[in-house]
Write a protein that binds this ligand. Sequence first.
Ligand SMILES: *[C@@H]1O[C@H](CO)[C@@H](O)[C@H](O)[C@H]1NC(C)=O
Ligand SMILES: *[C@@H]1O[C@H](CO)[C@@H](O)[C@H](O)[C@H]1NC(C)=O
Ligand SMILES: *[C@@H]1O[C@H](CO)[C@@H](O)[C@H](O)[C@H]1NC(C)=O
Ligand SMILES: *[C@@H]1O[C@H](CO)[C@@H](O)[C@H](O)[C@H]1NC(C)=O
Ligand SMILES: *[C@@H]1O[C@H](CO)[C@@H](O)[C@H](O)[C@H]1NC(C)=O
Length: 443
Amino acid sequence: MPFSCLSAFLTMGTANPLRRKLSLSIITIIICALAFVALLYAERMSSFSSSAIFTFNSCARRNAAAGSKQKFSLFKERNVDSTGLNYGTDDRFEFDPDECSLVHGKWIFNRSIKPLYSDRTCPYLDRQVSCVKNGRLDSDYRHWEWQPDDCTLPRFDPKIALRKLKGKRLMFVGDSLQRGQWQSFVCLIESVIPEGLKSMKRGRLHSVFKAKEYDATVEFYWAPFLVESNSDLHIITDPKKRILKVDSVAKHAKHWIGVDILVFNTYVWWMSGLRIKSLWGSFANGEEGYQELDTTVSYTLGLKTWANWVDSNVNPNKTRVFFTTMSPSHQRSADWGNVNGTKCFNETKPITKKRHWGSGSDKRMMSVVASVVKRMKIPVTLINITQLSEYRIDGHTSVYTELGGKVLTDEEKADPLHYADCIHWCLPGVPDTWNQILYAHLL
Ligand SMILES: *[C@@H]1O[C@H](CO)[C@@H](O)[C@H](O)[C@H]1NC(C)=O
Ligand SMILES: *[C@@H]1O[C@H](CO)[C@@H](O)[C@H](O)[C@H]1NC(C)=O
Ligand SMILES: *[C@@H]1O[C@H](CO)[C@@H](O)[C@H](O)[C@H]1NC(C)=O
Ligand SMILES: *[C@@H]1O[C@H](CO)[C@@H](O)[C@H](O)[C@H]1NC(C)=O
Ligand SMILES: *[C@@H]1O[C@H](CO)[C@@H](O)[C@H](O)[C@H]1NC(C)=O
């Protein structure tokens, strides 16, 4: 809360000179209390979207932008190795994070593009995402390339990526989709590292891939809500029994300290109902002190807790922070006009309709991310994968996945309505493109 409370004070308090006579802290506390109550009882975030608690102090923003410029130069080497980075034959310029948005573009089919790994060559993939091993026969989904409208996206070069990571820790933090992005990243780089010079240690919460020669690690930390919940380590399958501690993140965050590149996500776990049991502060009766909040309200509180941790613990001279936006699910084939389809089952081509947006991506949740990140002191680079992934109904694991540690049986595969997974993605596949974007930002 402190950041927004300060903004509330700035917009509501400074106009009247008499107010200055009052102690700043008293006004802040009163306004914070009012804002908090308003937040808790608001029907929808949008009902006060332009109200004071979300008004931003523009000076702080300008400072953040200046910081971001500095940070980019910090990570850009003087002699940029430009070998083979630009494959384009058109007049689009090479990707520059300050000049080009990667959000809009199209998928181009090119059979001569081969993924840098397969689920047979990369030993680190979970069975859950190893679609070919699990029986997927069509292969077109592995040959699409994201082409932004305004620039060319450099291809992922594992050797350059490793050089950028030299002496550094890269950590993905979030849910199972983030775990997919982590495994994709590991597989993209691991084939150029000789046997004996790499290692993998998997843990329930924290997993570490090491590239010894480069003194680099690519890590994953499991925190599906980023904030703490009673369902982090021992997953509670009934969403109604999950309770989120929307103001607590320290237990997870202590593992993020000292990391050089942090990549966060959180979305899909919040989408299990209209309301979420949320807990903050400490209550004498412990978990019974929760209150059911609208999903977007709870998400706002959780993300602000995360943002506050980042703002107070991350040194922007040392650490870069990224946030991967929501990964769309494709549960309703009517969204893309396939009225007789079953979820994403049997889809083999991306949607071509420009700006297609389905029911699996909640715009209100997206705007929460945008407004929280915009108000942060530490610059956070968004890896905005939502639109490009929206097109990729063909990229999900569908029935080529596992359930309870076992690959689906033929009977289960024949029942896509119940068994097709249209949330997770095959690897190699769409998350490789998310990492291509991350890679482009690291160059
Ligand atoms: C397809 O990919 C190959 C290999 O990267 C490249 O040489 C070729 O220009 C691409 N074709 C098109 C149409 O983009
Ligand atoms: C980051 O670097 C700038 C310029 O070198 C310096 O002024 C600033 O104090 C540093 N910030 C931190 C948190 O170390
Ligand atoms: C959907 O199925 C119905 C009934 O089997 C059929 O009449 C209709 O033509 C199908 N629609 C499309 C778009 O395939
Ligand atoms: C899946 O697609 C294949 C090829 O287009 C088709 O032959 C098959 O009937 C489809 N299966 C279902 C259940 O729609
Ligand atoms: C990501 O891109 C979409 C457009 O596809 C945009 O609507 C959304 O606001 C962007 N998300 C954020 C957090 O900026």
